[in-house]
Design a protein around this ligand. Sequence first.
Ligand SMILES: Cc1cc2nc3c(=O)[nH]c(=O)nc-3n(C[C@H](O)[C@H](O)[C@H](O)COP(=O)(O)O)c2cc1C
Length: 191
Amino acid sequence: MMSNDRFVVCGIAGSLRRDSWNRKLLEAAAKLAPADVDLRITERLGDIPLFNEDHIGNEAESVHALRAEVAAADAVIIATPEYNGGVPGVLKNALDWLSLPLGSSVLERKPVALMGATPGRLGTARSQFELRHTFVFSRSPVLPGPEILLSFAPNHFDEQGQLIDPIVLERVDLMFTHLKKFASLNEYEVV
Ligand SMILES: Cc1cc2nc3c(=O)[nH]c(=O)nc-3n(C[C@H](O)[C@H](O)[C@H](O)COP(=O)(O)O)c2cc1C
């Protein structure tokens, strides 16, 4: 663990929408986090410029800042919607920036846990699966489970936007337990 034995997690919401269900899910996770876990939700995504290889080595300040937030964390938790059956552009854009420099990026060997919420019925399964594929390339181990696929999202929050479904809350709690164990196993050499 990195800082004072606290397990630091960088939370990334894959939606910029003001009333985003995914941000609410991440906020619920931050509240639920055990005492030794510090889940810090990044506010950077909306400021990240569109990825352009011409700007590698001369990245925007927001890109440096997001990289620093991920570097300072023991793990990353992403809560993402699904757009047209795939990963939202804003999230993929940020991940492309984070994936550089190839072979020594802040994502290299960084444990990642995935969650997603949607008003629809498939719980963001497709975007989460696509993210697993992306993290093969950045060599970031992705927690196998518990899967958190929140379908019909509005039914699981109260009018104040608090996550109230006990089953989902239990799974989020379980995710922290497994993510911490998973991160502690992640000592292998990447070749
Ligand atoms: C362009 C577009 C495409 C979408 N495609 C999907 C989809 O493939 N699957 C899905 O479950 N929801 C889809 N949705 C609905 C989103 O899940 C919904 O807008 C959700 O609330 C976005 O996440 P957020 O609440 O975190 O902002 C789509 C929405 C938009 C605007």
